[in-house]
Design a protein around this ligand. Structure first.
Ligand code: ZN
Length: 403
């Protein structure tokens, strides 16, 4: 079996070893070594990357026989290997992983919640608690305790223990493997069976920050960031607040009241606009009918508007078709291009068929019954051509009828 150098020294990046077996995995050369500092994907911690004799190591995983398989981006020329682990990636994983041990113990102590899952992702890490977290529970106390353990700079020690010693330890969770068990001990705080890589001192975890809590059926998923990731996250959030403050021409402390005020003003303005548009409709409806194009017995009211919502179009159609003979072909260009076609009682033209033809002419979609139809199209240049198509159909049908 491969000697796992990362068990003794997770800070070891450069090492020498020999190839003991070669394989092909999905067309890539892959090797097993007599010793390795490369950590394989396991226990929620992603694999290391790096290189061997300058050839990139693209994946490291545990094979079914328990061997550590290194997948390479090229073929090694001989059995002797100089390995180099990508330290930035490894140290980031050590920070997230050790931070998780601390955070899990803090959730156990402050909320009586046990950790049942853990995963280090590309941006965020997650841990799963075995029950639903209540919004009334002291998340800030969990973060406080976790960061106190960081500030304490406590030694973090990983070592193998036998069964008798194991029984005496206050383990946070029971081991899932047999034989000698590797225990990771954050001094005086947390004892967990774990095969991952950890920092040697809790201070190296850096800040621990929970970024999100989500309920997932009977468990709770906690997203968190540690160390450099926490600093990046803080910098990103600071950028957001500074941009918002600049756009709102206010101070950071005034962002929330400013946004709430703007939202309330927007709501009032939309209400006032809707009322004004309704007044325009009432004042102009008779003019629009007077200006309608007469085709046979029909008076075609064809109008395209900006900034109307579909409920306004429907109300306009309802009002216009109260007059005998009217066919209302209405469009709004913004916020989206939408159409409402309606006919007065006694008119025989089929609005659903007309709508399908109009929408097809501009790459949109729509439909409806003989009396009323609705549709929409992409872009804000399609309103006029769609209405042209609808009016054209009515004229052609009229010519056909007369002929
Ligand atoms: Zn661990």
């Amino acid at each position: 079996m491969t000697e796992r150098l990362y068990y003794q020294d997770p800070y070891l990046c450069a090492f020498e070893a020999n190839v003991v077996a070669s394989r092909k995995i999905d067309g890539h050369p892959a090797v097993v070594l007599d010793a390795t500092a490369f950590y394989p994907t396991a226990g929620g911690q992603p694999n290391d990357t790096g290189d061997m004799n300058g050839i990139p190591v693209v994946d490291v995983h545990l094979a079914e026989d328990g061997e550590i398989v290194h997948v390479l981006d090229g073929t090694l020329s001989g059995p002797a290997v100089q390995g180099m682990v990508d330290w930035d990636r490894r140290f980031d994983h050590m920070q997230q992983h050790t931070g998780q041990h601390i955070l899990s113990q803090a959730f156990a102590q402050m909320c009586n919640a046990e950790t049942v899952g853990f995963h280090v992702g590309g941006d965020l890490s997650t841990l799963d608690l075995d029950r639903v977290f209540l919004t009334s529970e002291p998340l800030s106390a969990v973060e406080r305790l976790s960061n106190e353990i960081v500030m304490d700079s406590r030694p973090v020690i990983a070592r193998f223990v036998d069964e008798s010693e194991l029984a005496a330890l206050p383990l946070r969770k029971m081991p899932v493997v047999e034989g000698p068990i590797r225990i990771v001990h954050v001094q005086g705080f947390d004892w967990s069976p774990c095969g991952g890589t950890h920092v040697r001192n809790s201070g190296q975890v850096g800040p621990i920050k929970v970024t999100r809590i989500e309920r997932r059926k009977t468990i709770t998923r906690v997203s968190f960031v540690c160390g450099w990731r926490a600093l990046s996250d803080y910098a990103h959030k600071q950028w957001i607040t500074q941009e918002l403050a600049a756009h709102l021409t206010t101070s950071e402390d005034e962002i929330i009241p400013s946004v709430l005020r703007a939202a309330a003003e927007g709501k009032d303005l939309r209400k006032a606009l809707a009322a004004a548009q309704m007044e325009v409709l009432h004042a102009r409806a008779a003019d629009w009918i007077a200006e309608a194009e007469l085709v046979g017995e029909m008076a075609i009211v064809r109008l395209a508007f900006d900034e109307r919502d579909v409920s306004w179009l429907k109300e306009a159609a309802r009002r216009l078709t109260g007059r005998a003979g009217v066919v209302a072909l209405l469009a709004t260009r913004r916020p989206r291009t939408q159409f409402v076609f309606a006919r007065a009682e006694g008119v025989t033209a089929d609005m659903g068929r007309l709508m399908r033809a109009a929408c097809a002419a501009v790459g949109g979609r729509g439909g409806g019954g003989p009396q009323f139809a609705q549709g929409g199209a992409p872009g804000d240049l399609s309103a006029e051509p769609a209405l042209d198509a609808a009016v054209g159909q009515l004229r052609d049908a009229d010519v056909g009828r007369e002929g």
